[in-house]
Design a binder for this molecule. Structure first.
Ligand code: 5GP
Ligand code: ZN
Length: 139
């Protein structure tokens, strides 16, 4: 499997960097974002390293979308958000900060005024871990 030794998400896939995992299969991994833009903010990635939408294969993209749908359903059951966005960023102007293809699964609260290019702010790690346990029940 293609891997970039300097990539933080490849390290998460390999278990070299800890994460609050929600789901994994042979091709994809879902885990909590440590800088949540909103409560329940999760990431879905292919296990194989591909930098962005242009680089990821159609087959892996489809698998990633299927996992994102699964995670969205679990988040909906856990948090009953007012809405939910899938967001995917390519390149610095689109606010891509990690160069390993990923999809943000982002619960929304009515009138939360979340901007497209939200800033990174470390969340409450214990609270994220507890929430991950509640979401996993629905996957
Ligand atoms: P991007 O800005 O590239 O679309 O999104 C990258 C996301 O990865 C950000 O939301 C950021 O909070 C998240 N992220 C970066 N490093 C880590 C990490 O080590 N662990 C986790 N769980 N998320 C990370
Ligand atoms: Zn990677």
């Amino acid at each position: 499997m293609n891997r970039d030794p300097d990539c933080i998400f490849c390290k998460i896939v390999a278990g070299e960097v800890p994460s609050f995992k929600l789901f994994e299969d042979d091709a994809t991994l879902a885990f909590m974002d440590i800088n949540p833009a909103n409560e329940g903010h999760a990431l879905v990635i292919p296990k194989e390293h591909a930098t962005d939408l242009y680089a990821v294969s159609d087959a892996v993209l489809a698998r990633t979308a299927a996992t994102a749908k699964k995670v969205a359903g679990a988040l909906a059951r856990t948090l009953a958000p007012d809405g939910l966005n899938l967001v995917q960023c390519n390149g610095p102007a689109a606010a891509q900060s990690v160069m390993h293809f990923h999809v943000h699964v982002l619960p929304r609260v009515k009138d939360d005024r979340l901007a497209m290019n939200w800033g990174l702010k470390l969340g409450d790690i214990d609270a994220i871990g507890r929430l991950a346990e509640r979401i996993r029940v629905w996957i």
